[in-house]
Design a protein around this ligand. Structure first.
Ligand code: GLN
Length: 408
């Protein structure tokens, strides 16, 4: 009789040890994409003991009243699958919040879909509403998941570049890329990585173009509560736009709970149908107790949101003034918890080389922005820093840069 060791199926480790290394496999639709820049940079931060001003996650915790609500929901046995499109109380809380923010009244049952973070809401929107060959317009620099998800859907990307210092929308250029195949514009305000906020005039111009050409808008507004220099405007609230807009948002940034992965899509019923169909087969439903807690979070009093903005305003000043004193050209950021700077005064060849130098020689992590462009050359002078860290961490990072970064 064979020994149990020889008949047992090899464990993952045994089979890996015994076989020759295999070439990595990935479907063609994802072939061109690398490990996300955030994963790369956060692991380098740990390896080099560097201060992480790269990946946008707070190094402080979310509020107790929200954490307690999650613990209570778990204790109360809210632990089985949630309803696919969201726990009813959260759908209602999202609709209430949206009404407060935009004045729009939406049906929580028919127009709100809860997803696993905004990244899933984006994926469900794209996979549920975009056909292979449809054109989708992006504004570069753009958040990295947009391109990968559009590629999974077989969409054709048309890209408009926003340029420093103000990253304004070149409306004529935008008009020139709209064609009969344009299905949607995917926009993000306040904008990651630049901190640009789309002005009312810019949004009216986008809206007019979309109405004239029957184009949808997918609007990622996850930083809406971090609007410092102007009021946030949801494009869905402009005349004639609600019926052609999917508004995407999440809990993570507003409540410093990025690991909870609760997001949502708000859209009229005819667009919600596609979003929900994709969501049903991507994740089916999102964590039940966290959804219950998210409903409590969204009903936070106005004072919570005011304090959040005040605290972030202080952090922003520490970082922006610090970066200026180090010698960077800091581009104005109106919203989000990011700023982009021009690193060229320090004489490194490009953004990636600069970030490598910064991690290894200075001990600070930033994000090279070239990964947010179709043409990486366009981002080579810019790097992104985040200020979603406690004040001591921000000050230490500035100190390190002041000591070790020398202008060339
Ligand atoms: N949104 C975060 C950022 O821009 C990162 C999210 C992620 O790691 N995928 O930094």
């Amino acid at each position: 009789m064979a020994s149990s060791a020889s008949t047992a199926a090899p464990t993952q480790d045994e089979s890996t040890q015994n076989s020759a290394p295999q070439p990595l496999q990935v479907a063609k639709r994802l072939e061109k994409f690398k490990t996300t820049i955030f994963t790369q940079m956060s692991s380098l931060a740990i390896k080099h003991g560097a201060i992480n001003l790269g990946q946008g996650f707070p190094n402080f915790d979310g509020p107790d009243f929200v954490k307690e609500a999650a613990i209570q929901a778990i204790r109360d046995g809210k632990n089985q699958y949630a309803r696919g499109h969201g726990v009813p109380d959260l759908n209602s809380a999202v609709a209430e919040r949206f009404k407060k923010d935009t004045g729009l009244v939406v049906d929580p049952e028919k127009e709100v879909t809860v997803t696993s973070g905004c990244t899933e809401a984006i994926a469900a929107t794209i996979l549920g509403l975009i056909n292979p060959g449809d054109e989708v317009i992006l504004f570069a620099p753009f958040y990295d998941s947009y391109e990968a998800t559009l590629s999974m859907a077989g969409a054709k990307i048309k890209c408009i570049t926003l340029r420093p210092p103000n990253f304004s929308i070149p409306i004529d250029e935008l008009k020139s890329v709209v064609s009969k195949d344009t299905r949607a514009i995917l926009m993000n305000t306040p904008h990651n990585p630049t901190g640009k906020m789309f002005t009312r005039e810019e949004q009216i111009a986008i809206a007019t173009l979309c109405i004239e050409n029957d184009v949808l808008v997918f609007s990622d507004e996850v930083y809406d509560k971090l609007a410092f220099e102007m009021d946030h405007i949801s494009i869905a609230s402009l005349p004639g736009m609600y019926e052609r807009t999917v508004t995407l948002n999440s809990l993570g940034k507003t409540f410093s709970l990025t690991g909870w992965k609760i997001g949502w899509a708000i859209a009229p019923p005819h667009l919600t149908w596609g979003v929900r169909q994709a969501h049903s087969y991507l994740t089916f439903a999102t964590s039940t107790p966290m959804q219950n807690a998210a409903a409590t979070a969204l009903r936070a009093p106005d004072s919570y949101y005011e304090e959040l903005k005040r605290d972030y305003g202080v952090k922003k000043s520490i970082l922006v003034e610090g970066l200026e004193s180090v010698g960077f050209t800091v581009h104005p950021s109106s919203g989000t918890y990011f700023v982009v700077v021009d690193h060229t005064p320090f004489g490194l060849e490009n953004d990636v080389a600069f970030c490598e130098y910064l991690i290894k020689e200075v001990g600070v992590v930033a994000i090279p922005t070239s990964v947010f462009y179709l043409n990486p050359e366009e981002g080579k002078n810019l790097v992104r820093f985040t200020f979603c860290k406690d004040e001591g961490t921000l000050r230490s990072a500035v100190e390190r840069m002041k000591e070790k970064l020398l202008k060339k």
